[in-house]
Design a protein around this ligand. Structure first.
Ligand code: EPZ
Length: 418
């Protein structure tokens, strides 16, 4: 079993380079299979477990895939099956994007219901509603979603909830549909825009991504292209929060500062300093920060994916912090782990009330999901003494080289194999 061992209590200083966005890459790579001509090379792909899973699924479907250090080339001209009957599908959430992509090109798809972090019920009813509205027949049996359609015809779809996954998936399905599809109440996350830009580079006609109304005019076919994924807003935010928590000064390179505004604003409110550059931010933190109130919301609100790291920071802030998790009902599994380290937290439904303590103390803790893992790493970095983080396979799904990046900033952190 692999674990992280952290001797905490050190400030961090230096520069860190942020990788390409996980949640953009895991949608862009399945989207590439809509191209029936040419190859696509996508750059700025993070080296993480979720991408390894996507690569295996692509190969299973018949794509030729070549991986370089941080780019992937996909030739999807000769797909051999539309039945993604491979266990990697169950290991991750984003495997559901193969439904929209296969449906667009082949008018049929079979993909098992997705896995992913255990943070709530996570239904896919809005994806299904969109596929059905475009003309697909949807049957769920033996744990898999089966889609078939004679033809897909553009229509107007109003999402009942703002969903990143449903917005992207239905956008994929509509790229080759006849006529115009209008998606209302769409998610506005930067990775929704990134996937739309990628599809447009392949020849799609998508307008309005980044607003709540996306208009997709169906085209005949897509052709492979060269593309570079956006930087990972959540990895960047994790390093910003870690610097605020540990104290120190870190330049976070390869970011789009606009995407980080909700995070910068909260850290400034707590007393940290954030300086924006063209494609970097500098964060400086000294002394104890002040408690803060946070409500997670769809973009441009505060991202749910940084709620857990932010609650670690709040455990040592002065005074009371109130954190309202409005997206996922079970995203507080890290709280019991933080309590083992001396944090004072009370959870009532979707609200965590955190009364700041002077410091945390090292303990043996568990990463219960991906961002809970990041929260425990930050807790270990600030705690007095030694923290051992187990369950780090969750962390490896989304953070490339997390221990080496923190080590380069002066942290005492290493991976052990037992
Ligand atoms: C994406 O999940 C991300 N995953 C998540 O990142 C992220 O937390 C989430 O968006 C919110 O930003 C990927 O991109 C692979 P949603 P997704 O559909 O698309 C409800 C991480 O840590 N809903 O935007 O699955 C849902 O239950 C991960 O990197 C429905 O009710 O999330 C939730 O309450 C974890 N019906 C809300 O909408 C649906 O059909 C938002 O979910 C779909 C969603």
């Amino acid at each position: 079993m692999e674990k992280l061992v952290i001797n905490g209590g050190k400030s961090i200083f230096g520069k860190v380079n942020i990788n390409g966005a996980k949640n953009a890459a895991v949608a862009i790579l399945p989207a590439a299979i809509i191209a029936s001509k040419g190859t696509s090379t996508v750059d700025n792909i993070p080296n993480i477990e979720d991408i390894n899973c996507i690569e295996k699924i692509l190969k299973y479907l018949g794509c030729k895939v070549e991986k370089a250090s941080n780019s992937i080339t996909i030739d999807s001209t000769e797909i051999t099956t539309t039945n993604a009957d491979i266990e990697e599908v169950r290991k991750m959430r984003a495997s559901y994007y193969f439904l929209g992509a296969l449906l667009a090109r082949f008018k049929k798809a079979r993909v098992e219901l997705p896995g992913g972090c255990p943070i709530g019920v996570r239904p896919i009813d809005q994806h299904i509603k969109g596929f059905e509205a475009l003309g697909a027949k949807v049957v769920i049996e033996h744990g898999a979603v089966n889609l078939t359609a004679d033809e897909l015809i553009g229509t107007s779809i109003y999402f009942d909830v703002v969903s990143v996954g449903a917005t992207i998936n239905v956008m994929l399905a509509a790229t080759l549909a006849k006529g115009v599809t209008v998606l209302e109440n769409s998610a506005k996350e930067p990775h929704v825009v990134d996937v739309a830009n990628f599809l447009n580079s392949m020849g799609a006609n998508i307008k309005g991504a980044g607003t709540d109304t996306i208009k997709i005019t169906g085209v005949e076919e897509l052709t492979g292209c060269n593309y570079s994924a956006i930087p990972d807003q959540i990895e960047a935010g994790t390093f910003m929060i870690a610097t605020a928590a540990c104290g120190g000064e870190v330049i976070i390179n390869n970011v789009i500062p606009k995407h980080l505004e909700s995070i910068s604003a909260k850290l400034i409110e707590m007393g940290a300093e954030v300086i924006e550059h063209d494609d970097a931010v500098t964060i400086k933190s000294k002394g104890r920060l002040k408690g803060v109130n946070i409500k997670t919301l769809p973009y441009p609100g505060f991202p749910t994916d940084l709620q857990q790291p932010m609650s670690t920071l709040s455990t040592i802030a002065e005074g009371r912090s109130i954190i309202n998790e409005s997206i996922y009902e079970s995203r507080f599994k890290h709280v019991d782990e933080l309590k083992k380290m001396g944090a004072t937290i009370k959870v009532e439904g979707r609200i965590a009330i955190i009364d700041g303590v002077e410091t945390l103390t090292g303990a043996q803790v568990r990463a219960t999901d991906l961002r809970a893992g990041a929260a425990m790493v930050i807790a270990g970095l600030i705690a007095n003494g030694t923290t051992i983080v187990e369950g780090i396979e969750h962390i490896d799904r989304g953070y490339p080289n997390i221990e080496n990046k923190f080590k380069a900033l002066g942290a005492d952190i290493k991976r052990i194999y037992e």
